[in-house]
Design a protein around this ligand. Sequence first.
Ligand SMILES: Cc1cc2nc3c(=O)[nH]c(=O)nc-3n(C[C@H](O)[C@H](O)[C@H](O)COP(=O)(O)O)c2cc1C
Length: 213
Amino acid sequence: MNAFDAMTGRTSVNFFDTTRPVSTDEVLDILTYAQEAPTAFNIQHTRYLVVTDPDAKETLKEIAFGQQKVADAPVVVLVLADNDGHKKMPEIAQRGVDAGVYPQQAGDYMVNAVNGSYAGDAQKCHDEALRSASMATMNLMTAATAKGLATGPMIGFDAARLKQTFNIGDQYDVAMMVTLGYAREGNWARKPRLSAGEVTVLDARPGQAHSFS
Ligand SMILES: Cc1cc2nc3c(=O)[nH]c(=O)nc-3n(C[C@H](O)[C@H](O)[C@H](O)COP(=O)(O)O)c2cc1C
């Protein structure tokens, strides 16, 4: 399946085949693609909690206000946004240096720049972490679709209870919950989208009034 087909073929699935599991290797492969998403300075703020145990999924279902698909999907991925992700920058920059992608000087520059940009600015850290986690989640869903699996992104859950129940530390926000498995019959078809033309201003210029002014 090419990228275009994966993007247009993905829908949010409500009904999963409860008899068809997804292997750990498959999950890790999909998350490897999720990790290919870009992030500011390559900080990579996204972490994942993978829930597969039936009892754990039942608990998760309650936290998700009873949404049945959470229990039905063989896998639920809790996508975490690490608000302290930038603190890993020295290690991340060094990996780039060691891999020969950029010189030490560039790595050192990045560490300083990240410190200057994020340290002490909780709102910026949060926004950046959520941005990163969102991009990773899209990759996750596209990769899953390309492999013939179905997904459902979800934010309908009690975030505070989820964090407490699954022992998620203060520095993390649950950006999204993603159900993952094989679709069964009965799901909705693709929903129509606003066309690109409807939501786009072409040839925007400074000072010009437009649809979004
Ligand atoms: C951030 C986010 C949160 C969502 N939360 C839920 C949810 O809690 N429950 C649900 O059934 N669908 C949820 N959805 C699915 C949306 O309703 C769905 O993406 C949208 O209607 C477009 O349909 P499509 O994904 O099939 O293209 C969520 C989607 C996103 C992106």
